[in-house]
Design a protein around this ligand. Structure first.
Ligand SMILES: *Cc1c(COP(=O)(O)O)cnc(C)c1O
Length: 373
């Protein structure tokens, strides 16, 4: 069976883990954490990158930083992973579900103005598949209503929008290093703090509400409890593993680009003949080759998945529309309110795409896809 995904692995990861173990500093915020954070800060140009235990936790930190409270509204795409919205619901916010664009499947900026109210506290665009959302329009709308923009950039590390790195446009942004993502340490994430005004408090929230980071820098002579917070620091062993992958980012992204481009080229005629849609990447966006998906019309998706399975190829779909989930309905979601999300959730299939997918195995996938009529 050709698997749909496999976590990336490099021998350099083993070496770095060994180094971390030998250094005897396994908890969070150790030397590997700092090196990895510096690498992200330099390459992205963000004010502060803080490694976290997951993207979910980085989103939770964002909600704490914005003082999200009951009565606040947070606009999220209906087509995303649950953490994008859960982090804010945890603080008592009301989620407001926005539909996505039919081309990129990103939050539809044209639908935003009608969803904004005086209670809108944040807008959370997700750069789906690592293709940038229309950030100029989203930023302007957020400015107009005084809401913060938090980019859920779980798919988009090293992608760009009009020349700007994804994850550096909103006040805050979140990354995921879960083992399904381009770069991984198993479970992990990062909070990118672009607005300098949040830096100090972000460090405090990540360190259980203490000023421990300032203590380590010698800025205070003892550390103490100063704010709310939780335990969001990533172990140095995992930071070491993550560093090995980020250091190999060019090679990893080149491999993924080669795989992605081959799918796009070799499936184009087949897709056109069946009315299947392939991903759209606008010219002003550099994507991250995080996923290759197909939109299969006419209620034929499960037949397609079965067809691939019979040829030993695993394919998967996602996301169930959030506004129609039990929690979404409890928060006022109604059928028909996000028609594009509702349609693509029934049509989307993801093909195998991972760093170590071989040319041979990709050929098997392509043959299996093209024999579906
Ligand atoms: C993977 C993912 C997350 C959650 O990442 P974790 O690191 O597993 O918490 C959040 N949002 C999106 C869009 C994701 O794809």
């Amino acid at each position: 069976m050709i698997q749909f995904t496999r976590p990336g692995f490099l021998v350099s990861g083993l070496i770095k883990i060994q180094e971390a173990l030998a250094a005897g500093r396994l908890s969070g915020d150790g030397p590997f954490c700092r090196t990895t954070e510096k690498l992200l800060e330099t390459e992205l140009g963000t004010r502060r990158a803080l490694l976290t235990t997951s993207c979910t936790h980085a989103l939770e930190m964002s909600a704490l930083l914005l003082d999200i409270a009951p009565g606040d509204e947070v606009i999220v795409p209906a087509f995303t992973f649950v953490s994008t919205v859960n982090a804010f619901v945890l603080r008592g916010a009301r989620p407001v579900f926005a539909d996505v664009r039919p081309d990129t499947l990103n939050l539809d900026e044209e639908r935003l103005p009608q969803l904004v109210t005086p209670r809108t506290k944040a807008i959370v665009p997700v750069h789906y598949a690592g293709v940038g959302c229309e950030m100029d329009a989203i930023t302007a709308i957020a400015k107009g209503c005084g809401a913060a923009v938090i980019e859920d950039n779980a798919h988009g590390l090293y992608g760009t929008y009009r020349g700007k790195m994804l994850g550096t446009i909103g006040a805050l942004a979140t990354q995921s290093f879960h083992d399904t993502k381009n770069f991984t340490c198993g479970e992990g994430g990062a909070l990118l703090v672009n607005d300098p005004h949040f830096v100090e408090r972000a460090e405090i929230i990540r360190e259980k509400g203490t000023n421990r980071s300032r203590f380590f820098r010698g800025q205070v002579d003892k550390y103490t409890w100063v704010d709310v917070g939780s335990s969001y620091v990533l172990s140095d062993i995992l930071a070491a593993l993550l560093l090995s992958q980020l250091e190999a980012r060019h090679e990893i992204q080149q491999r993924r680009a080669r795989i992605w481009n081959r799918y796009a080229t070799e499936l184009a005629d087949w897709a056109a003949s069946l009315g299947v849609r392939l991903p759209t990447v606008p010219a002003h966006c550099e994507q991250t080759f995080h996923m290759f998906y197909l939109l299969i019309p006419g209620a034929r998706r499960s037949a397609f998945i079965d067809h691939l399975k019979a040829r030993d190829v695993q394919s998967v779909f996602h996301y169930q529309p959030l506004h129609l989930s039990p929690m979404g309905i409890a928060h006022g979601g109604t059928a028909g309110s996000c028609p594009v999300t509702e349609r693509v959730a029934d049509e989307l299939v993801r093909l195998p795409l991972y760093n170590e997918l071989t040319e041979h195995d990709q050929g098997v996938v392509i043959d299996a896809v093209r024999s579906f009529r």
